[in-house]
Design a protein around this ligand. Structure first.
Ligand code: ADP
Ligand code: MG
Length: 702
C-alpha cells in the first residue's frame, strides 16, 4: 500500500501521545498532580471530560429553592456575622428581589473576603442548597460580586471536571483548553473506521470534544445538563465501545491462560446438601451445574451469578468452594464490606465445620499476630479464606489458589478482580473466578457491563418466602408509621428505619440517621433502638448488627450501609425515608433486607410530596412487583433518555461520560461495531482502548 509510510509518519506525530509536560506551564509538580488523575499525555486531557455542568445561565429565585439542588441565586447582602460555633464561621445573609432570605456559610475565610461582603453588596452565588436551622443555606458557595452595571459575572454552562487535591477547576480548565489547541483535524482523530462510523450518523469526535469542554453560547443547555446532547452521545458511544473492546480483550487474554481443572469427588457437596435444612431450588441447581462444568475445564472460569437478594447465591458459592477444596486447591471469598464478609464467615463456619474445613479470616482490622497467623496459614494448610479488600494486598500470598469468589461485584472494579486473580499459585495456572451480584440487570446491559464474563441467573426465590407488601406514604403521616412500628415491636417483630440522602455524603447521611434515632427514642419509649451508619468504626457497627440479629435491638435506624446482603430474618418491617429520590434498583435492594424469613413483611416508602410523575412510577413499580429482574427492566425503561437521576450512577463501571442505563439504546450498535473491529481493525482497537481506558494499567497487562 502506497499510503502506508505516510500513515506511519502521521501516527508517530500524533500530538495526543505527547507527554503533558510538553504543554507550556506544566512543571514536575503539576505533572505529578496530573498523573494522580491518570493524565499523562495530551490526549488524556482531551478525554478528561466534565462530570457535570454548573448552570450559570439561569438565576433561581430563593423562594423556589429545593434542598440538594445546585443552583445559582442572586441577592444583596443583608447581614454579615462572624462567629464561633465548634469552629470559626462566617454567616452571610442575602435577600433577593422578592425579599426571600438565604444564608451563606463559610468555615474558612480571609479578612479581605469579609470586607468584600459588606452589607449592600450584590452577589451572585452558585452552590448546593441545604436546609439548615435558619431555612435554606449554602455552604461555601462560589460567588462573584455583581457590579453596579450588572457586569462582573459569567453567564454560561461551566464544566466541572473530576479533579484532585492541589488542582483547582480553573487551572484544570485552562490546561484542557491549551491541550485542545492541539487537537488534530477530524479525520486524524477518528479511530472508528469510517465505514463503521458513517451509518451511525454521529457527530465528528473533534466537534464533540470541543462542544462538551466549551459549550457554545447557543448550545442546547437542557440536553447538556441531562447528558443527552449529540456531542455527549458521540463520546458515550466511543467510550462504551472502548470499554467493550477492553473487556473482550481482557477476556481473551485471561482465557489464553490455563487454570486447574477442578472436579472433586462430590462427597463434600453431598454432605453439605444433606445437612442443609432446605432443598436447593431448580435455579440454584442449574447454576451450580454451570459452575461445576466451568471449573472442570482447564481454561479459567469467568462467571457471574446474578440473582435477586435472598435468592440463595451464598450456598451456590459454597458448593463451588467445595469442588476446589476437594481437589486440593484454596478458595478466597471476598466481600465489599466487613459486615458482609463476617456474615459469610459465620455461614461458612456453620456449613463447613462438620466437613472439617475451617475458614481463615482476613480483614483490615485483623492486625499483628492474628494477621501473621492468617498469612502463614494461606501459605500452608488454609483451604478457605474469607475477607474484604485486605485480601488483595500485595503481601497476601497463597499456596495454591484455585478459585476466587467475589460477592456483590458492582462494588469492585474489574481491576480489583484481576488483582486477586493474579494471586494464583504460579504464573502458569490462574484461578477460576466466580462473581456474585444481587443487582439483577437486563440482558442487554449485562452483555456490556459484564462483557468479560459468562452470566448465570438465579431467577427463582426459595419457596415459603412471603412477598413484601409495599406501600407509599407521605411524610405528613409519619406519626402513623411510628405507631405501626410500635405495634410490630409489640408482637416481637423487628424493624429497619433507613435514612437515605441523594447526595453522596456519608456525613450528612449519618447526621440524618442520628436525628431520626433521637426522635424515635423519644417517641418509642420502652423499645430499644439501635443506630448504624458508615461513619462508625467497624467494631461498633458489628456490635450493633449483632444486637439486632440477636433481638436485643428492636428497631435499627440505618443509613444505606445496610444495603447489601445483611440477613436478619426476624426483621419484617422496613421504613425508607426519601424514597422518592432513590432509583428503583437501590430501593429494591434496600427492600430486600426484609422478607427474608417466613413472616409476612412490609415496606413503607416515605415520600415528600409532591411526587414527580417519574417518582410516582418508580414507587408504583415497587408496589407492583418483588421480582428484581422485572424491576430492572422497568428501571431501564423509566430511565430512558430524558431522565436524570443524580449526576453519577452507582454504576457497575466507572465511565467518564457514558451511562449504561441512559445509553442502553446504543449497546446493540456498540456490540456490532466492536465485533467487526476486533476481527478486522486490531490497531484501531488498541488505540481506542488506550485513549479511554489506557491508564487503567490492569487492562493492558491482563
Ligand atoms: P443472597 O442471594 O441474597 O446472597 P443468601 O444466600 O444470603 O441470599 O440466602 C438468603 C437466605 O435463604 C439464607 O438464609 C439461606 O440460607 C436461605 N436459602 C438459600 N437457599 C435456600 C433454599 N433453596 N431454600 C430455602 N432457603 C434457602
Ligand atoms: Mg448475598
Amino acid at each position: 500500500m502506497r499510503s502506508a509510510p505516510h500513515l506511519h509518519l502521521r501516527e508517530s506525530a500524533d500530538p495526543g501521545l505527547a507527554a503533558v509536560a510538553s504543554l507550556p506551564g506544566v512543571g514536575p509538580a503539576l505533572e505529578a498532580t496530573l498523573a494522580r488523575l491518570g493524565i499523562l499525555r495530551i490526549q488524556d486531557l482531551w478525554f478528561h471530560l466534565p462530570l457535570r455542568y454548573e448552570d450559570r445561565t439561569r438565576i433561581t429565585a430563593i423562594r423556589d429553592l429545593r434542598a440538594a439542588d445546585s443552583v445559582q441565586v442572586e441577592g444583596t447582602v443583608e447581614a454579615v456575622e462572624q462567629g464561633f460555633r465548634f469552629r470559626p464561621q462566617l454567616r452571610v445573609v442575602i435577600t433577593d428581589d422578592a425579599r426571600s432570605m438565604l444564608t451563606l456559610r463559610f468555615f474558612s475565610f480571609r479578612r479581605t473576603q469579609v470586607q468584600q461582603l459588606a452589607p449592600g453588596t450584590r452577589l451572585r452565588c452558585y452552590g448546593q442548597v441545604r436546609y439548615g436551622a435558619h431555612g435554606f443555606e449554602m455552604v461555601h458557595p462560589q460567588y462573584q460580586r455583581v457590579l453596579a452595571d450588572g457586569s462582573g459575572v459569567d453567564e454560561c454552562l461551566t464544566p466541572v471536571y473530576p479533579t484532585t487535591e492541589g488542582l483547582g477547576q480553573k487551572r484544570l480548565a485552562v490546561l484542557i483548553a491549551k491541550a485542545l489547541l492541539q487537537l488534530p483535524p477530524a479525520a486524524q482523530l477518528e479511530q472508528i473506521p469510517a465505514p463503521l462510523l458513517e451509518p451511525l450518523r454521529l457527530q465528528s469526535l473533534r466537534d464533540a470534544l470541543l462542544q462538551v469542554h466549551r459549550p457554545a453560547a447557543d448550545a442546547d443547555v437542557a440536553a447538556l445538563l441531562q447528558g443527552i446532547h449529540p456531542s455527549q452521545r458521540r463520546l458515550a458511544f466511543e467510550e462504551l465501545l472502548a470499554h467493550h473492546l477492553g473487556m473482550k480483550r481482557l477476556r481473551a487474554r485471561i482465557r489464553s491462560h490455563r487454570a486447574p481443572g477442578l472436579a472433586g469427588t462430590g462427597e463434600a457437596q453431598r454432605d453439605l446438601l444433606a445437612a442443609l435444612p432446605f432443598k436447593l431450588t431448580g435455579a440454584q441447581q442449574r447454576v451450580a451445574r454451570e459452575i461445576a462444568r466451568d471449573m472442570s475445564r482447564s481454561e479459567p472460569m469467568l462467571r457471574l451469578v446474578h440473582g435477586d437478594v435472598g435468592s440463595g447465591k451464598t450456598v451456590v458459592a459454597a458448593l463451588a468452594a467445595l469442588v476446589a477444596i476437594e481437589s486440593g486447591f484454596q478458595v478466597a471469598l471476598m466481600a465489599p464490606t466487613e459486615l458482609l464478609a463476617e456474615q459469610h464467615l459465620r455461614n461458612f463456619r456453620d456449613w463447613f465445620a462438620p466437613l472439617g474445613i475451617e475458614p481463615v479470616w482476613l480483614a483490615g482490622k485483623v492486625q499483628g499476630k492474628a494477621r501473621q497467623a492468617a498469612m502463614t496459614a494461606l501459605q500452608g494448610p488454609a483451604q478457605l479464606v474469607i475477607g474484604t479488600h485486605a485480601l488483595m494486598q500485595d503481601a497476601v500470598a497463597f499456596r495454591k489458589l484455585g478459585l476466587v469468589i467475589i460477592d456483590e461485584q458492582h462494588r469492585f472494579g474489574v481491576h480489583q478482580r484481576l488483582a486477586l486473580r493474579d494471586k494464583g499459585a504460579d504464573a502458569e495456572l490462574v484461578p477460576h473466578q466466580l462473581v456474585l451480584t444481587a443487582t439483577p440487570i437486563p440482558r442487554t446491559l449485562a452483555m456490556t457491563a459484564y462483557a468479560d464474563l459468562d452470566v448465570s441467573r438465579i431467577d427463582e426465590l426459595p419457596p415459603g418466602r412471603s412477598p413484601v407488601t409495599t406501600v407509599a406514604i407521605s411524610t405528613a403521616r409519619r406519626a402513623e408509621v411510628v405507631d405501626r412500628i410500635r405495634a410490630a415491636c409489640g408482637e416481637g417483630r423487628q424493624a429497619y428505619w433507613v435514612c437515605t440522602l441523594i447526595e453522596d455524603s456519608e456525613q450528612l447521611e449519618a447526621q440524618a440517621a442520628e436525628t431520626t434515632h433521637a426522635e424515635l427514642e423519644r417517641t418509642l419509649q420502652g423499645i430499644s433502638i439501635g443506630l448504624i451508619h458508615g461513619r462508625m468504626k467497624p467494631a461498633e457497627k458489628q456490635k450493633v448488627m449483632q444486637q439486632f440479629q440477636s433481638g436485643a435491638i428492636s428497631v435499627l435506624v440505618a443509613t444505606t450501609v445496610i444495603e447489601v446482603g445483611v440477613d436478619v430474618p426476624n426483621a419484617s418491617l422496613m421504613i425508607m425515608e426519601n424514597a422518592e429520590r432513590l432509583g428503583l434498583a437501590q430501593l429494591h435492594q434496600l427492600r430486600g433486607r426484609v422478607g427474608r424469613g417466613s413472616l409476612a413483611s412490609s415496606c413503607v416508602l416515605l415520600y415528600q410530596p409532591p411526587l414527580s410523575a417519574m417518582a410516582r412510577e418508580r414507587l408504583n413499580a415497587l408496589r407492583e412487583t418483588n421480582d428484581g429482574f422485572e424491576i430492572a427492566e422497568k428501571d431501564l425503561k423509566l430511565r430512558g433518555p430524558g431522565e436524570l437521576l443524580g449526576t453519577r450512577q452507582t454504576g457497575r463501571l466507572e465511565f467518564r461520560i457514558a451511562n449504561l442505563t441512559r445509553d442502553a439504546a446504543m449497546l446493540a450498535e456498540v456490540q456490532d461495531v466492536a465485533g467487526t473491529m476486533l476481527r478486522k481493525h486490531a490497531g484501531a482497537c488498541d488505540r481506542l482502548i488506550a485513549r479511554w481506558v489506557g491508564n487503567s494499567a490492569r487492562f493492558a497487562d491482563a
